[in-house]
Write a protein that binds this ligand. Structure first.
Ligand code: GLC
Length: 495
């Protein structure tokens, strides 16, 4: 964004008269399949609630989300601002608008045929992806392109289209195919989820046949939404600088590393680290059993005791470990299962909360059954309870195989809990090894085990433990810094 400044020097000796014209606020349409206010599956939901709000003082950011059943049940009255016509196999839909109590404008794609269902944004109660996810998210993406160009809301158009992950990634493609000019940014929160569909999707989503090629949306004989975003967006970002480098290699590139290397060479790929909400503050968090400040370790311990009671764990003088995550392979749940017996036999306890792959839900429950007084599992997710667990534990496990950014390790530090994480992605950038948590080099049992030994040894020296907690709590993970980077990027692509 440029600051328009004009100066006139009138005569000698007079101070220059500087007229500052406030730069107009960029209008940004932030498109996401999840927003924490209404529906959240993972970190993307948190980021989508926090980042637009962090940008609001300087940008006119508005959010666009699908009108899922659970969202409509919670959001109150909507004002209908316009309509998208049917296109290819995409049904026509209305676009509703609401304002959250704190002033964030949210547009909602009202298409009951695609979104009015029980289940998650991505699949049914049995965790099978919806069979029509290509249509569901092409509908979101096309609505985004039309809303951004000013065709939907008579009062608003966007200077920049900011789309998040594969469900929104087709929007820059529609912009290109329709010859619209709206500049766009794709943020990759997790490259492992790509939105790949069979070739039939091409006609269903109304993509031109000419786009089905290596420089378009074709990806190993499939249609790839994520690839479409990378091909057509003006700029790509991801959620940490480390992950921005890692995805240039085959191991984390999931087949798209070649294209991403090209984008990196063109300086069209950057990493911008996520922040966390400032309400992650144990002095004021109303969800905690007891609020506490740095140094008040008795206060923190009251939360530990309360977790032990709530989850039926035995009274103990040993450390309490937590794992609050989606229970999926990426998060290294199998590694935690492999070291759990050792943690328990060394006097530790573990509390696990999350949902995910059936095999991990079953295996963690079996583990808890085996160690009734030392391991507790809650399958499900509850925001307030997750905050209590993080604040009440001494250490938080995060042995993710890869982690584009990760938020829990930052939340943990804010509440004086030391994260134990694999040195990858955002974990490598936000955990200061031996100072505010522990990093280990490989996603292997041996490497994790080494970090656990260091954690136990730290726990046995209260002086060191308290020193690390104090350092962890002093870290600032606010959004201010990232918001500046996004704002600059909006200015650059719009300019
Ligand atoms: C995804 C990533 C996670 C990141 C989050 C928000 O869930 O897996 O690492 O923190 O998106 O960007």
């Amino acid at each position: 964004m440029s600051t328009h400044e004009s100066a006139s020097h009138e005569g000698h000796g007079t101070a220059p008269f500087v007229l500052r014209v406030a730069p107009s606020r960029s209008r940004v349409l932030f498109v996401t399949p999840e927003i924490g206010d209404f529906v959240k599956v993972g970190g993307l939901g948190d980021v989508s609630a926090a980042l637009p709000r962090a940008l609001l003082p300087s940008c006119d950011v508005r959010v666009l989300v699908p009108g899922y059943r659970q969202l409509l049940a919670r959001c109150g009255a909507l004002q209908i601002v316009g309509r998208c016509e049917a296109f290819a196999a995409l049904p026509a839909c209305d676009i509703g608008k609401l304002e959250t109590p704190d002033g964030l404008t949210v547009y909602v794609v009202l298409c009951p045929q695609l979104y009015d269902r029980d289940g998650t944004p991505y699949g049914d109660a049995e965790k099978r992806d919806w069979h029509d996810n290509d249509l569901r998210f092409a509908r979101l993406s096309l609505a985004a392109a039309e809303l951004a160009s000013g065709q939907i809301d008579r009062d608003w158009a966007a200077d920049v289209l900011h789309v998040n992950d594969w469900p929104a990634a087709l929007a820059p493609a529609y912009v290109a195919w329709r010859g619209q000019g709206t500049p766009s940014i794709l943020t990759i929160h997790n490259l492992a989820y790509q939105g790949n569909f069979s070739r039939d999707s091409l006609g269903r989503i109304g993509a031109p046949d000419s786009a089905y090629q290596i420089d378009g949306i074709e990806f190993y004989n499939q249609v790839s939404f994520m690839k479409a975003g990378i091909v057509y967006a003006n700029q790509i970002t991801t959620v940490s600088e480390t992950y921005a480098r890692e995805i240039l290699e085959p191991a984390a590139g999931h087949g798209l590393d070649g294209l991403l290397r090209k984008r990196a060479k063109e300086t069209r790929l950057t990493g911008i680290l996520n922040g966390i909400d400032e309400n992650w503050d144990p002095r004021t968090c109303t969800h905690l059993a007891k609020q506490f400040e740095p140094g008040d370790w008795k206060g923190k311990h009251a939360n530990t005791e309360s977790i032990r009671r709530d989850f039926g764990l035995a009274a103990s003088r040993g450390p309490l470990f937590s794992l609050v995550a989606r229970l999926v392979h990426q998060k290294g749940i199998d590694l935690v299962l492999s070291v759990a017996d050792s943690i328990v036999s060394a006097g530790g306890q573990i509390v696990i909360m999350g949902t995910g792959e059936r095999q991990f839900e079953v295996a963690t429950q079996t583990l808890a059954h085996r160690h009734k007084k030392s391991v507790a599992v809650k399958i499900g997710f509850d925001e307030a309870e997750s905050r209590r667990i993080l604040a009440g534990s001494d250490f938080m496990l995060m042995p993710s195989r890869f982690e584009p950014c990760g938020l829990s390790q930052m939340c943990a530090q804010r509440v004086g809990t030391l994260p134990i994480g694999h040195k990858t992605g955002g974990l490598a950038e936000t955990i200061d090894d031996g100072q505010t948590g522990f990093l280990f080099a490989e996603p292997s049992i041996g490497s994790l085990f080494g970090a656990l030994c260091r954690a136990f040894s730290t726990y046995s020296s209260k002086r060191r433990l308290y020193q690390m907690r104090t350092r962890a709590m002093a870290r600032n993970f606010g959004w201010e810094h990232s918001a500046v980077s996004y704002r600059q990027l909006y200015g650059n692509v719009a300019g």
